[in-house]
Design a protein around this ligand. Structure first.
Ligand SMILES: [Zn+2]
Length: 266
């Protein structure tokens, strides 16, 4: 176990797959005058004094990293291979050029294989002008629930059911990040035991049922078991207005916003 230290977790983006406003300035139910309704695609940064990990490289990656003045990235952890979580991956070429090192990416086997298929040029050297960019690391099933270290940051991956595919959740000390899920099994719940803060997908909002995302009612039921003191809801759609949700949510529950920073004991 590492010596106990503080991590800063920054919500880089808490929007859903389309962001808010979506293309062509569609705000849905969201009040355009509320700054916290302006949301980029889902991602977080996890930082110690010396190490920066980014969870997911969606289409807004470059703007998110620059907005938070993040000047180096040690690795990307992927939750799954849906477009809103991966399609900023091409921007990692610049890190390769700048540092002369491969960019390390981690994810489950299905995610890494899909990235290799869809972005094959990032995994191979075609010509010296276009060098290989990425060094992939597959988190196998045996690695789930086992703490992994990158620099001085330790994380524990756990599997989530995202309806049409599996996604990975990640625990960092007493915080866990669970985006894109509709169910958790007993192993995942065990991995969450003792967390204080939980960032969790609530894109199902008030729907009676959603096949790929959690509804608020399901989040409340899950947290009856997990018992996180503070729950921040992410993957927010244009149907979900910040101030409306603040009024609807009970104590201990809050919607995320882009730029939210949380301190974590790890
Ligand atoms: Zn997804």
């Amino acid at each position: 176990m590492n010596i106990s230290h503080q991590l800063t977790v920054t919500v880089l983006g808490c929007g859903n797959s389309a962001g808010t406003p979506t293309i062509c300035n569609y705000w849905g139910n969201c009040d355009p005058a509320e700054p916290r309704n302006r949301r980029t695609r889902p991602a977080i940064a996890v930082q110690s004094a010396t190490t920066t990990l980014i969870v997911d490289s969606g289409p807004d990656l470059r703007e998110q990293v620059n907005r938070e003045n993040i000047t180096s990235i040690d690795a990307i952890l992927y939750t799954h291979a849906h477009g809103d979580h991966i399609s900023g991956i091409d921007d990692l070429r610049v890190l390769r050029q700048k540092t002369k090192k491969y960019v390390h990416i981690h994810g489950n086997r299905a995610t890494i294989e899909e990235l290799q298929q869809r972005f094959d040029y990032l995994f191979m050297e075609r010509t010296p002008i276009y060098p290989r960019v990425l060094e992939p690391h597959i988190l196998e099933t045996a690695d789930f629930l086992t703490p992994q270290a990158i620099g001085d940051v330790t994380f524990t991956p756990f599997e989530q059911d995202h309806g049409t595919c599996a996604s990975l959740g990640y625990r960092f000390g007493d915080l866990a990040y669970s985006t894109d899920l509709v169910r958790l099994d007993e192993k995942a719940v065990a991995a969450l035991s003792g967390i204080k803060t939980w960032i969790i997908d609530g894109a199902g909002y008030k729907m009676p049922v959603n096949e790929v995302h959690l509804t608020f009612r399901q989040i409340f039921a899950l947290n009856e078991i997990v018992k996180a003191e503070k729950v921040y809801i992410t993957h927010l759609s244009p149907a979900m207005d910040y101030q409306t949700m603040r009024k609807e949510l009970p104590e201990g529950y809050e919607p995320c916003w882009d730029g939210l920073k949380l301190q974590v004991s790890a």
